[in-house]
Design a protein around this ligand. Structure first.
Ligand code: HEC
Length: 145
């Protein structure tokens, strides 16, 4: 079968589009929202690995920074997902126990946009905040020893 000039042009364009789609998919696979949120908001205190040993703000903190890789180990091997979510959010905790050393991320995420959740509508900041806390909780789950 002979491929005409027009067909050939179309074929090349189709292959081009396919390659673009494939490369976008590959990039999407690499994007790890929880990890990126963690590195931009938490690593300054808890360290890049979550062990609390290399965060640049560590020397300035009054309280010791907990090791976030032993949350499951300290809970009989089960990662306390809901508890960790609530600790990161912090709004409930502050209501019952008063101020704490760690920022209240539930409030912070409602007030500052994220590099990764920028597309939430203005009136639905709460969904953005919860999605970010959820992504962070899931990332901490993956950091467990
Ligand atoms: C300003 C420093 C600082 C930053 C930034 C910070 N934390 Fe914390 N974090 C602390 C301190 C200090 C504690 C110990 C409890 C307290 O004093 O509030 C803590 C406690 C925790 C705990 C409870 C650990 C346990 O053993 O009970 C979790 C979970 C946690 N942080 C997750 C995060 C996540 C996720 C982020 C990023 C969104 C973050 N932290 C950002 C300082 C920080």
């Amino acid at each position: 079968m002979k491929i005409s000039k027009i067909d050939r042009g179309f074929l090349l364009a189709a292959i081009g589009v396919m390659l673009i789609v494939l490369s976008i998919n590959a990039q999407a696979d690499k994007q790890d929202i929880g990890k990126r949120e963690y590195e931009s908001a938490c690593a300054v205190c808890h360290g890049l690995t979550g062990r609390g040993d290399d965060g640049p703000l560590k020397p300035y903190l009054v309280k010791p920074v907990p090791n976030l890789t032993v949350l499951a180990k300290n809970n009989k091997g089960v990662f306390p997902f809901d508890k960790v979510f609530q600790i990161i959010d912090g709004r409930q905790e502050v209501a019952t126990h008063g101020p704490r050393n760690m920022p209240v991320w539930g409030n912070a995420f409602n007030n500052q946009t994220s590099l990764f959740y920028d597309n939430y509508p203005e009136q639905d900041k709460e969904s953005g905040a919860r999605s970010r806390i959820l992504a962070l909780t899931e990332y901490l789950y993956r950091l467990q020893d």
